[in-house]
Design a protein around this ligand. Structure first.
Ligand code: B12
Length: 431
């Protein structure tokens, strides 16, 4: 603990389950902790320990330790929390896993923040300093369509090398309510956008051109996204973000995305069999192939994310998906194993049907099958996933994608080559 004269000291910890080698320099730092730091009063000294880069300073003098956790990080987060509490340092946990399972997190922490930190964080810190820390701080479920958050506190990343620390959000929330996703139930069923002027001002405070938006779906509401993109046009940045394919139904939006400096967009195709009839995320009118082509023709790198393991997937899904990718040729595909995260309707369904193989959270990582698939064995699903990755990153598949995406040729080639290594080899260690 610090003495009463020195400023209170907060240690924020990003737990890591594995070491990454050189690849750690190409990661994005935790936006969650950047925003928790930003919401912390300036009277506090804030230090970050990102386990990808640092060892956790267990013997440092801290007033409070704050730990974030997605589900696959939870076990490591609990180990770290236990070690600090053994030394008498209070621990608060936040992030998606403690938000969904606060009682579990409280067996390792003194307090848990449920939901977004901004509305409750100052109260929590004040309570701590006055010796009346509560165990649960529950932020209200977000409503409305406006988002007001402080600019991220980037200086906590000083001295560490990342792809960029220039990450931000233009919006939070998503109404689509996909069964495997946690966003709608916990972060609100509307798109909440920041004021375009505030976003542009934050971007202008950046030193370099590369900017990454970490929204759930930055283009989800075209009417709100367009004024933001209009402002970005003049800023000379190069940006990447995540959206859903339907944005390409609006040719004006696609043009604005390209003109505002977008170099790459990550899109959840999810399943080539469609999510379910009439799901709002599934494009209607234009085919997925048309939309992918429209993005490609605008010179935007499109990363198409595919998930294997839905209940209508049998062994033919791997072949169907590979043929779909051959026909539509997005710049690069990524493949995930369906993972029923706690708090989602998928988790509830599989739990009720007795189909969860275990609740060992560190294995809920998109690279292991943690449930019994309906139309094939878990082993077949795992093998099909590995084989599809290998085939999609064969040289011939890469070259046909590059040929179909002549604009941005070098960027496309570089992305594909970087991805080839991890996708190429069969075996658990490469997943
Ligand atoms: C951006 C993003 C990413 C980026 C992360 C970039 C980065 N380093 O910041 C990238 C693309 C790398 C990514 C990767 C993955 N992601 Co992701 N990602 C998101 C997304 C869309 C936004 C997260 C975010 O930064 N939000 C902005 C911040 C400010 O909000 P926040 O994280 O909620 O944090 C707030 C509160 O939770 C709270 N809080 C958070 N931590 C703490 C800590 C303390 C002490 C306190 C007090 C409060 C607090 O306060 C914060 C400010 O309000 C979310 C969806 C979502 N809305 O959560 C999915 C999400 C977090 N990702 C998810 C997953 C599964 C993954 C992957 C495992 C997928 C994969 N296999 O590829 C990987 C894991 C990567 C890893 N590092 O291990 C899941 C997690 C589900 C779960 N239960 O674990 C989510 C929820 C998406 C979903 N569909 O369900 N992801």
């Amino acid at each position: 603990m610090t003495d009463s004269c020195s400023p209170p000291h907060l240690l924020l910890v990003y737990p890591s389950t594995h070491k990454l080698g050189w690849a750690k320099y190409f990661q994005l730092p935790s936006l969650s902790l950047k925003q928790v730091a930003a919401a912390t009063p300036v009277t506090w000294h804030v230090t970050l320990a990102d386990e990808l880069h640092d060892s956790v300073p267990f013997d440092g003098e801290f007033t409070l330790v704050g730990i974030t956790a997605m589900t696959h990080q939870a076990s490591r987060a609990y180990e770290i929390a236990d070690a600090f509490r053994e030394r008498g340092v209070p621990v608060v946990m936040g992030g998606i896993h403690p938000t969904v399972l606060p009682e579990e997190a409280l067996t390792h922490a003194d307090a848990v923040v449920i939901g977004e930190a901004e509305p409750v964080w100052e109260t929590l810190l004040d309570d701590l300093l006055h010796g009346k820390l509560q165990s649960i701080y529950r932020a209200p479920l977000p409503t409305g369509d406006l988002l007001s958050v402080p600019w991220g506190r980037r200086e906590i990343f000083a001295g560490k090398r990342y792809l960029t620390t220039q990450t931000l959000q233009a919006s939070r929330g998503c109404p689509y309510d996909c069964p495997f996703c946690i966003v709608t139930p916990y972060f609100g069923s509307s798109f909440r956008y920041r004021e375009p002027a505030d976003i542009a001002a934050e971007i202008q405070s950046f030193d370099n051109k590369l900017t990454v938006f970490l929204d759930d779906n930055i283009l989800g509401d075209p009417g709100r996204a367009k004024p933001i993109l209009e402002r970005m046009k003049g800023l000379g940045i190069r940006w990447g973000g995540q959206a859903n394919l339907r944005f390409a139904e609006d040719p004006e939006l696609v043009r604005l995305v390209a003109d505002s400096g977008c170099i790459g967009i990550f899109v959840g195709i999810e399943s080539v069999t469609g999510l379910h009839a009439n799901h709002p995320k599934t494009a209607n009118g234009s085919s997925q192939a048309d939309l992918i082509k429209r993005i490609r023709d605008a010179g935007i790198v499109l990363e198409a994310s595919i998930i294997f393991g839905f209940d209508d997937h049998d062994e033919s899904i791997f072949e169907k998906t590979l043929r779909f990718l051959e026909e539509t040729t997005p710049s690069l595909p990524t493949f995930h194993l369906l993972t029923p995260y706690p708090g989602t309707s998928l988790f509830k369904q599989f739990d009720e049907e007795g189909r969860l193989l275990h609740k060992d959270w560190k294995r809920y990582n998109h690279s292991e099958v943690v449930f019994r698939p309906r139309l094939m064995t878990a082993e077949r699903l795992y093998r099909g996933w590995l084989e599809a990755r290998k085939e999609a990153y064969s040289w011939s598949a890469i070259f046909s994608r590059i040929k179909a995406n002549p604009r941005g040729l070098f960027t496309n080639l570089a992305y594909n080559i970087l991805r080839k290594g991890p996708n190429d080899k069969l075996g658990k260690e490469n997943s």
